[in-house]
Structure formats: C-alpha cells, structure tokens
Design a protein around this ligand. Structure first.
Ligand SMILES: [Zn+2]
Ligand SMILES: [Zn+2]
Length: 376
C-alpha cells in the first residue's frame, strides 16, 4: 500500500474557472525553501506541500481557522522537505505547528496522512479519519514486512501477470524489509458520515465518498462563500474531485479480506452525491481550487462511461486483467510504464472489469486460469 509510484491514468484536461477570491503569496525561508500559501478567504488557507519524486508535485494542505486553533485538512508526505514546507506555511499564515488543534484526513494515502503523526507529536492535536480507512492504517501497521509483497505476487499471478513481473515481488517478499511509510499514525477520532465535525465556530460536514479508497471523505464547509460566489459553501474534495485529473480507482482488499467490492461503482455513486451538493467552490488536495463542481462531475462520469465502452470493445476476445491493462490506453506506452505503476494499472483494469461484470456487460470465462473475461 505504499504507493509512491502513483499512477494517474490518462486525464481529461478541462480546466475549471479560477475564482477571484484566492490571493497566493510566496514565503522564502533559509534561502532556498519556497512555500506557496494561498489565502482562500473566510479563515481558510492552503499550503503547497511537496511530494518527493512524484508527477503530482504537491499536496494542498488546507488550514481552517477555528475558535480553538487551526485545524489541518490532510498533512502531506512524510519527508523532511515536506515538513519544513508545512512549518513555513503555517508561520506564513500567522500560526505554528504547536498550535494545531486537530487534523482531519480525507483518506489514508501517504501524500495526505504522511505527516499526521509528526503534527500530533508536536502539537497534541487529534487525528480524525473514516473507520474504513483507519482499518487500512491498522492493517498496514500490523502486517509483517513482506506480507504485502507476497500477497501482491499471488494476486498478480492469478490475473495473468508474467513471471518476469512477479520475480522481483517474490524476491522482495523474501527479503522481508520494512517499507517506507509502513507505520502510519493511528487516528484517535472517527469521522462519522453526514455529521458535523466538532469544530468550534465552524460548520464542517463529513460526506462519505468511497471509491478512491473505501473511507475517503469530502468535507463540506457549510458557510457563505467569502467571495459571495453563488452556491452552497465550499467543498474540501481530497482526491475525489480534482479539476484536471481523474483519480486512480483500484481495489480495496488486502491479504486478509475475502470481500470483493465494486470500488468503481462506489466512486461513480459518490461522484453523483457530490455533484448534487451545489458547492460554490471546490478546494481539492492537488492542483488548484475550482468552481462548477457539478460540471466537473458530469465530465468525470462521461469519462468513465467512455472508458467502460472502450474496454467492452477490447473484450470482444477473452483477456486476463493483465492483458486488458496492457491494451488500455495509458498516457505512455506499456513498455515505458515502470514496474510499480503496472501494479496500479492492473488494479484499475480489475476495478473496471468488476463494474462491467456487475452491470452484466462482461463475464468471467468459466474454467479459465488465469481468469479471462469477455464482453456479453
Ligand atoms: Zn489518494
Ligand atoms: Zn492524493
């Protein structure tokens, strides 16, 4: 579950309108460190916290002022430069890490939850997360080094991965070394879907949006927009709704889970729910703030429908999930996709296959091993 090699599929580049409300400014400290902080108005700032060696570039950590002190929405990747940037960013908005009152996590991924433990240590802040993602944090903390790689090798073998892809995983599992980010902080508060978070002086409601992860939440700030944009408040959308990319939708399960869910189905349902909120502005965890959430939701729903139709074309002949992933249109040729990203690509292929099977548009070929699927 350490997804440093995050693979973002072909993205749709429809840029949202920028709003006039945000005022970006730049802070320099120690000569070379540059932090970009944006004042979104109404006691909300964002800090661009870098993600090392990642095409996404940064996580937008949001700082929400409350009567009990600042509350962070996500914290950023566990990395010294990210930490320094977070500290400098908090200083730029007139506060410091020690003052942080609480941390609300949109989902367990390391670019969102990575620094939460260090923030709690420095401030005594609570950390809140949806229980479905807390379960994954617990699983990651408790699993023995190597368990995940061994599981992954078995799983990939079952969906048709070739031996040269599996060999390094088997070797890694055997070496049983601890993976970076394998001790994420255990949250101490539960985010309850549909309820307001207990924040002094603010109305922030949790909206459960499973799909990208099983416990992903968006957070709806039910307050008048400070720039008087039309609509209902502002939405911290995490990775669920981003202006220019479509988030990775893979599989939820781990070594001890038998359950076969439908993450893409969850995601599409969650998207529709978010589209109906009518938020005046979206503050995502990557890229930039944007308006017209409903329009962006329609685009993403269309994008996924198009992809599902494209996959049905490929499934005119029986294919393993691996073969399907090889034939899907990624933003670079399959030969150039690195090892770790191929794992993510094949999980994306499987999520789409599950959706097609659930819709009755594809089925597994009985007796095939590794399993193949065909359009019906
Ligand atoms: Zn994520
Ligand atoms: Zn992310």
């Amino acid at each position: 579950m350490v997804d440093r090699g995050y693979y973002w599929n072909k993205f749709s580049l429809q840029w949202g309108r920028r709003t006039g409300a945000a005022k970006p400014y730049v802070v320099r400290r120690d000569g070379d460190l540059m932090t970009q902080v944006t004042d979104h108005g109404g006691g909300v700032h964002s800090i661009k916290v870098p993600i090392p060696d990642n095409p996404l570039g940064h996580t937008l950590v949001h700082v929400l002022d409350t009567d009990r002190g600042p509350v962070l929405i996500d914290t950023g990747w566990d990395d010294p430069e990210a930490w320094d940037t977070l500290e400098a960013g908090l200083a730029a908005v007139g506060t410091e890490v020690a003052d942080v009152h609480g941390v609300v996590i949109t989902h367990h991924h390391p670019d969102h939850h990575g620094l939460s433990g260090q923030v709690r240590e420095a401030s005594g802040a609570w950390i809140a997360m949806h229980p479905a993602d807390t379960a994954i944090v617990r699983r990651t903390r408790e699993s023995r080094p190597g368990t995940w790689l061994t599981y992954l090798a078995a799983k990939l073998s079952a969906v048709g991965a070739p031996e040269e892809h599996l060999a390094p995983l088997r070797a890694g599992g055997g070496r049983a070394r601890a993976l970076p980010g394998s001790r994420p902080a255990l949250p101490d508060r539960e985010i309850v879907p549909g309820e307001l978070l207990a924040l002094a002086g603010r109305r922030l409601r949790a909206i459960w949006t499973p799909g990208h992860t099983p416990g992903h939440v968006c957070l709806h700030l039910e307050e008048e927009h400070p720039g008087n944009l039309p609509g209902r408040g502002r939405l911290f959308s995490g990775d669920h709704l981003l202006p220019g990319i479509s988030p990775h939708i893979g599989l939820y399960e781990g070594p001890d889970d038998a359950a076969v869910g439908d993450p893409l189905g969850d995601y599409l349902d969650s998207l529709e729910r978010i589209g109906r909120l009518g938020a005046a502005e979206v503050l995502p965890a990557h890229q930039y703030a944007f308006t017209d959430a409903a329009g962006r939701v329609r685009e993403l729903l269309g994008h996924h429908e198009e992809r599902l139709t494209g996959l049905l074309g490929l499934l005119a002949q029986p294919l393993t999930p691996w073969e399907l992933a090889e034939r899907m249109e990624w933003n670079r040729p399959w030969e150039q996709i690195p090892h770790g990203s191929r794992n993510i690509a094949v999980s994306e292929a499987e999520a789409h296959l599950r959706r097609l099977v659930k819709l009755g548009r594809a089925e597994a070929v009985p007796g095939s091993e590794p399993v193949t699927y065909i359009a019906v």
